[in-house]
Ligand binder design. Structure first.
Ligand SMILES: Cc1cc2nc3c(=O)[nH]c(=O)nc-3n(C[C@H](O)[C@H](O)[C@H](O)COP(=O)(O)OP(=O)(O)OC[C@H]3O[C@@H](n4cnc5c(N)ncnc54)[C@H](O)[C@@H]3O)c2cc1C
Length: 123
């Protein structure tokens, strides 16, 4: 964050606290966050978005990855390893439930269609 952004937030009354969150505990009328400089009390707390992709298994199988550990997929959710598909937060893009569900539907269809090229699925 730039100095200008930092001072703009301060002018708007937003307090920025750097450093790790040391603890979270419920209090009578809200939630208490413990940080290095002491306790901060709030009505509610919302964790910032962001995630670490748990893509170790796909990595072991030799799939291609983005620089932030997401599994690279084509428009049918196929990874670069034949037979390995990925959807949701583990692939690049918007990390939201609706995206994950849509990608899962695309992957399921691709799996079905890819399998049907190898065997007859129904008569
Ligand atoms: C604080 C927060 C708020 C959010 N709010 C919203 C919101 O309001 N609206 C919205 O659309 N999205 C929201 N999201 C994003 C949304 O939760 C994700 O995009 C969505 O859950 C991704 O689905 P997924 O199936 O890819 O991953 P996940 O839902 O994370 O599911 C992955 C599952 O795999 C399991 N797992 C991990 N590693 C292993 C392993 N090695 N072996 C077996 N199982 C494993 C995990 O335990 C988990 O159950 C929010 C996310 C966070 C963190």
């Amino acid at each position: 964050m730039s100095d200008t952004e930092f001072s703009t937030l301060e002018e708007l009354g937003v307090t920025l606290v750097s450093g790790p969150l040391l603890g979270i505990s419920p209090i009578a009328d809200g939630i208490r966050l413990a940080v290095a400089r002491g306790a901060l009390d709030f009505d509610a707390a919302y964790p910032a978005l962001g995630c670490d992709a748990r893509s170790g298994l796909a990595q072991m199988l030799g799939a291609d990855f983005s620089s932030d550990g997401c599994i690279m997929v084509d428009k049918h959710q196929r990874s670069t390893v034949p037979g390995l598909y990925a959807a949701g937060d583990n692939v690049p893009g918007l990390n939201q439930i609706s995206s994950a569900v849509g990608q899962a539907a695309v992957a399921a269809t691709a799996i079905r269609n890819d399998l049907s090229k190898q065997m007859t699925l129904c008569r």
